[in-house]
Design a protein. Structure first.
Lengths: 251, 378, 211
């Protein structure tokens, strides 16, 4: 049976891998090559790397580093950040990514998503949705435009309709907090989409992953916990297995 | 790449921030150190904290030592305060003669010293894999120090660990804070610098079992709390000036090298281990600054040299591959020179250093990498 | 080309991606494979790999336009060179694909490529089938040497291989039990991605190199 997945999700900034806290401050995780090698050795299920220099600061996509990271990965690699055109997608896939993650572009243009999906296949396209809670309501957050008056589930359903293969759902407030995932947010999505959902932001201990999956997440993403706490991806997986959640435990 | 306008540290250093005047936060902290801090008061604080731990047991505190100038100074300070320390040394990766001599000297200051000669077969396997996987050939040594000292603290029932320099200027150590009082596992993860790799991730490497690696397992939270293992950073309570420290250590028998140590212009640091010089070389290729830059920045901040002199020293000494240390490292690990450099280049910074059309890094006659113009400090 | 071992592996580039990771997985096994769509190079290779992700229709179209169908038939069917099909590369050896209408495949195995359909049953299951899933051995496959039964491999696909021919070597469950690998003489094909399945995946590549 299909297993749930544990996926480190890290940011690329200034040619280093970093982790953000609430999208505001950053803490260095390490050199891209060593981080990729370590994750590969740790048998994580996938790796997501988002280039925030490209997405926030409009710098060119860092193909060199993406290639270096891809060279170390014998598990699926998703690359995102600053992908705006079909050409960008080619660039990133040719550099070695298996999947690409889109954030701002499909928000402005569903047609782009549809085109990308039909060219490359929906299994290759992850749509990333960042969420903030304002006035008790969940709203989509975009780093450039701020809080938008759209419910993240509505947006995800549009993305699904236009060919997204997966949704990466990130709670801005929870990110880097280690206080647990935003389960209330996750509950909105349970059984509402037929494409997989990767929940991101806030994992503080293995039990958080259990709760996330029990509430509808297909996969859990995290990074802070793997670098600045005692917990390893294996600890997360063992906790899931103990709770009878199908998970790959490796060789 | 930007360089601090005061010292010469580049912004490629992880977690270093520059203000609007391009001054790095280490320089700003140093200015605070000079102006704002009442060192007498800090010393009093230290003495009153330490009084709690003065023990009817065998030892008042535990100190991790290498025999270097810093640990010599730490021991001297601790003895001055009439504390009886247990010193613990985790054997360096590739010990040098002068390093051994300095460790003897430290022992002769009049302290009990446990010199841990860990299983060399296991250690070498860890060392080789750590180098390949993390790009830090001393990863296993950092891990060793951070786990051994608390382990012995538990085994000998010594709650207080005295560390040297504070990783953050504002931080005295868990013993001084009201929350997060103990040096538990979480503390290690915050400060250990383990790059995301854990000892459990090394099981299976070259046949290593978890039993082989038991020395490197952190003590359980239960044991840590039972003994109440905690720590203080001397560098928070006493002004940490490397040349003052050197002077004092030398007065008490510490020996320096008779010429500058490889990778820098100084002759008094990193004397105990060849592998450390390789570590500094790796730092240089990854981030574009090495030990010479570190030394220059400290000297500038402490007022011993001008920035202009610092720039000259960095351009002269930083980045020269430590030939002797590399040879020792190859002899120790059994890596061929080709394999060694293949790994080094997989970590080398493509932004900073020049490459030819085939993507190979260009080198100078002394073997140093060549920096692109915009990455040379001026 | 890995001259010492006598292996000349060609990874077919028919513009359906997935080339680098497959190349890397061979390289990790000390085999320098060649990425090409030159019929001359394919003729001179002694092992052929057909990777790929994306649509069946586009895949076949590209194979035809690049003039690769004849040389593949000749080298794999007539000359019986070891062939490894991965993901789309497995699906293309079937007779028919049903993505965006019907299209013919290479017809090396009597099979159809159909979409997962969870309208009636298993409605909570997701399409595409993406993630790690168990591969249950049902028949011998040379490339399963040293691979534990029911090990997890990485899948990412919306269509699956349906056949009655006695070539099925493993099944995997996603609502239904679908075919995850086949072996027909010199033809080996896997729905999952060995090049993305870490240790066991690399073992499969190694077994192919050594077969």
């Amino acid at each position: 049976m299909l297993k749930h997945r544990v996926i480190p999700c890290v940011l690329l900034k200034d040619w280093q891998l970093v982790k953000s806290i609430g999208f505001k401050s950053f803490r260095t995780i390490g050199h891209p090559t060593s981080t990729a090698r370590i994750y590969n050795a740790r048998n994580v299920d996938e790796l997501i790397v988002l280039d925030i220099d490209a997405s926030l600061n409009n710098k060119a996509i860092n193909v060199e580093i993406i290639t270096d990271i891809a060279n170390e990965c014998f598990m699926p690699l998703t690359i995102g950040g600053g992908i705006k055109t079909i050409d960008d997608i080619y660039k990133v896939l040719n550099a070695g990514a298996d999947k690409i993650s889109l954030n701002s572009q499909p928000l402005e243009n569903f047609g782009f998503l549809k085109e990308a999906s039909s060219l490359f296949g929906s299994q290759c396209i992850v749509c990333s949705i960042d969420v903030k809670k304002t006035g008790g309501q969940y709203k989509v957050f975009n780093k450039k435009k701020g809080v938008l008056d759209i419910h993240p589930l509505t947006l995800a359903q549009e993305y699904q309709k236009h060919g997204a293969g997966e949704i990466l759902l990130t709670s801005v407030e929870a990110e880097g907090s280690c206080n647990g995932y935003d389960i209330e947010l996750m509950k909105f999505f349970k059984n509402k989409l037929h494409i997989p959902i990767i929940l991101n932001g806030g994992m503080g201990c293995p039990n958080d992953a259990v709760t996330a999956i029990e509430n509808g997440a297909d996969a859990v993403a995290a990074a802070y916990i793997f670098h600045f706490s005692r917990w390893t991806p294996k600890d997360i997986k063992l906790a899931l297995a103990e709770n009878n959640i199908p998970i790959r435990l490796g060789a | 790449m930007q360089f601090c306008n005061k010292c010469v540290m580049p912004n490629t250093k992880p977690d270093l921030h520059f203000d609007e005047n391009h001054i790095c936060d280490a320089c700003r902290t140093q200015s605070n150190k000079n102006l704002d801090i009442d060192w007498t008061q800090r010393e009093q604080e230290f003495l009153s904290l330490v009084k709690k731990y003065k023990s009817k047991n065998d030892y008042d505190c535990i100190v991790g030592v290498s025999g270097g100038k810093d640990s010599t100074y730490q021991v001297l300070k601790v003895l001055e305060m009439s504390l009886n320390p247990l010193c613990v040394c985790f054997e360096p990766t590739i010990p040098t003669k002068i390093g051994r001599k300095n460790l003897e000297n430290l022992n002769n200051l009049g302290v009990d010293l446990i010199h841990i000669k860990r299983n060399p077969i296991v250690y070498k396997k860890l060392a080789k894999e750590a180098f390949k996987r993390t790009g830090d050939n001393e990863w296993q040594h950092h891990l060793g120090i951070f786990t051994i000292v608390p382990k012995f603290a538990v085994k000998f029932n010594i709650p207080l660990i005295i560390w040297g320099e504070s990783p953050q200027m504002e931080y005295g150590g868990p013993a001084s804070s009201k929350e997060r009082h103990t040096l538990d596992r979480q503390w290690l993860e915050e400060f250990g610098g383990l790059l995301g790799n854990r000892i459990s991730d090394m099981v299976g490497v070259d046949g290593l079992t978890s039993h082989d690696l038991s020395l490197y397992n952190y003590e359980s939270d239960e044991n840590i709390h039972k003994v109440g293992v905690t720590g203080l950073f001397l560098g928070y309570y006493f002004k940490w000036d490397l040349r003052e420290i050197l002077k004092k250590s030398k007065e008490h028998g510490f020996s320096v090298a008779d010429k500058p140590v490889e990778t820098t212009y100084e002759n008094f640091e990193n004397l105990d281990c060849y592998s450390n010089h390789v570590h500094d070389f790796l730092k240089y290729v990854k981030y574009g600054f090495g030990r010479a830059t570190d030394n220059v920045c400290l000297d500038i901040r402490l007022g011993y040299i001008t920035r202009e002199e610092g720039v000259r020293l960095v351009n002269k000494y930083d980045g020269i591959p430590p030939k002797k240390a590399i040879q020792e490292y190859l002899n120790y690990t059994g890596f061929s020179e080709d394999d060694f450099f293949k790994i080094v280049y997989s970590y080398t910074n493509k932004r900073i250093f020049k490459r030819n059309d085939n993507g190979e890094f260009l080198k100078d006659i002394d073997g140093s990498l060549i920096r692109k113009d915009e990455y040379i400090v001026r | 080309m890995s001259i010492l071992s006598g292996n000349k592996v060609v990874i077919i580039d028919y513009q359906m991606g997935n080339l680098r990771s497959v190349y890397k997985s061979f390289k990790k096994n000390n085999c320098e494979a060649t990425i090409s769509n030159d019929p001359y190079i394919i003729k001179n290779a002694n092992k052929i790999v057909l990777p790929g992700v994306g649509s069946f229709k586009d895949g076949m179209k590209n194979l035809i336009n690049l003039g690769l169908v004849e040389v593949l038939n000749q080298e794999v069917i007539q000359n019986k060179k070891p062939f490894l099909g991965i993901c789309l590369g497995m699906q293309l050896i079937a007779c028919k694909g049903y993505e965006n209408g019907e299209s013919p495949g290479l017809s090396w195995v009597n099979a159809d490529i159909v979409k997962f359909d969870f309208e009636k049953n298993y409605r909570n299951l997701k399409i595409p089938h993406v993630g790690w899933n168990s591969v249950e051995h049902v028949n011998h496959n040379n490339l399963f040497k040293n691979i534990n039964n029911k090990s997890d491999f990485y899948f990412v696909h919306s269509y699956h291989f349906k056949t009655n021919e006695d070539v099925v070597t493993s099944i995997t469950n996603h609502g239904i039990n679908f075919v995850s690998s086949i072996q027909k003489d010199n033809i080996y094909a896997f729905q999952f991605h060995p090049e993305k399945s870490q240790d066991f995946g690399l073992e499969i590549i190694k077994n192919f190199i050594q077969c």
